[in-house]
Design a protein around this ligand. Sequence first.
Ligand code: ADP
Ligand code: ASP
Ligand code: MG
Length: 441
Amino acid sequence: MKVLKFGGTSVGSAERMQNVVNLISDGETKIVVLSAMSGTTNSLIEFTNYLRNGNINGACEHSTFLHTKYMQTISELYRTEECKNAANEIINNIFAHLRDLAQKPLSDELEKEIVAQGEIISTNMVTIYMKEQGLDVELLNALDFMRLAVNGEPDLGYIREHLLPIVDLEKKGKIYITQGFICMNHEGSYDNLQRGGSDYTATLIGAAVNAEEVQIWTDIDGVHNNDPRIVENTSPVRNLHFEESAELAYFGAKILHPTCILPAKLTGTPVRLINTMDPKAEGTRIDNNLTRPGEIKAIAAKDNITAIKIKSGRMLLAYGFMRKIFEIFETYHTSIDMICTSEVGVSVSIDDDRKLDDIVAELQKIGTITVDRNMCIICVVGDLNWENVGFEARAMEAMKDIPVRMVSYGGSNYNISFLVREEDKVKALRSLSASIFTNKN
Ligand code: ADP
Ligand code: ASP
Ligand code: MG
């Protein structure tokens, strides 16, 4: 049994939705996870921004544009009046609900409820279309089983326990549709799995039902060896190890949600990235096999990074110095991405700077602090086992004209990371691609 996830562009118009239904109606039982139509989540976030600025009329006007877009899509998607009416009724109710929500004081939970509507709309629309096509389809409400634990991480035990009783995976040809991205928190309030979270929904469901494969259908033929929005002539990577793809996703490759590989790795479920626009293309397979040993596979970049240097004389001789630093970050629930040490100081990088002022105030008690904002992590990924010689030199060589604030290597066998200024990101990505991939071929 497979779990298939279709992203925003893949369900971005009536025609695309019909295409998805063609792709999934092959007689096999499956669970299909859908994102919101492309642009919808951004638009709902904009709606909440109007509310945050106290502009209720602006929010409602903004929602009217989105509502009109959906009415247009409905008019194109269905053949029968009955289905058009059924879909219009659902969409009209959702937009009326949004206008009601706009009258309430904006809270974190309300925001989450608002941004959840995109996935609720797309899954309803596709389910009605599938019924019109006479397919055996059932819409599962993700809020019935997708839940976060107290620590804010997905609760796989809960998900399994609440999903398995409501699906019949033995029923031949049955297709379950559900929403990506949205979930409940441990108190049962609206929450989500962060931007791009539908990938994560798919791998969590894959792990919960012990799927034979999770397929992530998107608008490109798999993971490319560099960001195709920035670098020309990138090419797809056919095979990645779980660890390699986890590094790439975490360190910025937009094609995958940062932590979506974890559940698949846990259960050993292979993940395939496939192009909806070109379903026959090979795409990328992610599993436990390490192919092309000793080779660099891909490069990714993560923006909005802050570097913090803590300088203290004779640091390495001071027992507990590192512990004190880590405790401060732990107290403020801020995770560290990169870390470099020397005898006189430690540098760390973080991507969540919401508690930066508090953290710096605490750190100042134990050393002299320097903060560099607007930095970017450039992550070079592959089978970089230290015993294979030469790849660090090639990566370093490519960075020779770029100021590098930190280098991290040896944390895993799969990555070497550079911290550079955001303004040097494009140059760094292009230079690394030219040196590592172009010269090689
Ligand atoms: P979806 O809406 O299907 O989830 P996303 O927009 O989240 O799709 O991810 C696909 C996009 O990710 C691609 O269109 C591409 O522009 C971008 N991208 C960034 N880095 C990579 C990469 N290394 N390989 C492939 N695509 C990438
Ligand atoms: N719709 C959500 C987003 O735009 C989740 C997703 O597409 O994966 O972030
Ligand atoms: Mg995505």
